[in-house]
Design a binder for this molecule. Sequence first.
Ligand code: AMP
Length: 464
Amino acid sequence: MSFESLGLAPEILRAVTEQGYTEPTPIQAQAIPVVLQGRDIMAGAQTGTGKTAGFTLPLLHRMAAHASTSTSPAKHPVRALILTPTRELAAQVEESVRAYGKFLPLKVTVIYGGVNMNPQIDALRTGIDIVVATPGRLLDHVQQRSINLSRVEFLVLDEADRMLDMGFLPDLKRIMDLLPKQRQSLLFSATFAEEIKRLSDSLLRDPVLIEVARRNTAAETVTQIAYQVDQERKRDLLAHLIKSQDLRQVLVFTRTKHGADRLAHQLDRDGIRSDAIHGDKTQPQRTKALSDFKDGVVRVLVATDVAARGIDIDQLPHVFNFEMPNSPEDYVHRIGRTGRAGSQGDAISLVSKEEMRMLAEIEHLIKREIPKQVLAGFEPGSASSSAESPRERGGRGRERTPQRRPELPPAAERHAQRASGEGLPKPATNNHHLKQPMGHAASHGKRPQRQVAALLGGLKRKDD
Ligand code: AMP
């Protein structure tokens, strides 16, 4: 299927081509025609599936049909409202809307908290057709009367499950009360918990249900592994893996903000440039940490679950769970940071004895067993006898002899499993500089396979 066959306006197709997309992803292929018909949708799609373009492209098409070319602010009421749970996601969605709509006379802005309101007020005054916002700051603007939502025709709730997790339900209800009843609403959620179904009942009219990945299924392109290790040895193990395998661009999840700060600090002291991103950091700090990470200035970004939402870095290769998340659904979100846009990724969990139950719950949710490994020198129970790393224990920096390869499917088999996904777009040919369609394994070559192989070396099976 091609984007042309979806019937999108030429200005939109041009922008899509500029992005380097050759074919719609499964969520785009399913959602775009339905949204173009004016129907509400409830879509189960994880980040990384291309869902942003899935809702933005048809919205732009529908809006463009009645777009005013006048520069008068009065001719540009807010016609579309896109709500996201986090600032980072809001910023990224706005960037996408801007890119896909660059040849259309539609104006977009983003509003989120943690920064001065005045520039946002100034922007809104100029007449904005599409607003991407986080709920709290949006309500601040409502209170200050700097935004009027009475002409909204299109509403998108992006990552609705996360918005509920973050306690935004009361804010969402207040916002809904301000919107016209006559509108088109699109709800996106990685998971369909009961509360999401209740929210959709109150929000959507006769929605078309769209699901691209199996519900609660971890991305197929992610290789998952769990190292069993004592809590107090986790930092050593993490530093050891990063250094010995020369891992770059590593996203590490901790459970608490304090834990994130402490770990980033400790890794920095270990000679691994690290920064932390969490809710207590100011927006400029968060933006800087993220851009340093994207630019490779910072090698490790330590994040809490909430702060990491919306981080979209093409081909982010490694995600570590330094601590297991509070809920199994968070694991799905976390590992959604890697293996995006068809690239491969590793999701590596460091699991203490106390966390084994959580690991079992995760496996139950994703309906898949996560291979468990014990790394020589980091065996559980060895922490009390020694807190030093293998290097300090006389290894003089040399790796231990690899014991045995872990029980992961061979690379070729994993590749074949991924590539067998039906209905997935084909890779771009002769266009290797372009982004590959997602859900396809073809882009794995971009990623240093050496690192995966190296990661798998030096491992010792649990039952050895
Ligand atoms: P999302 O799930 O919306 O966060 O998108 C994840 C990534 O996929 C983003 O980096 C997009 O630029 C990229 N993307 C979106 N649509 C396509 C497509 N049709 N082909 C290739 N990449 C895409």
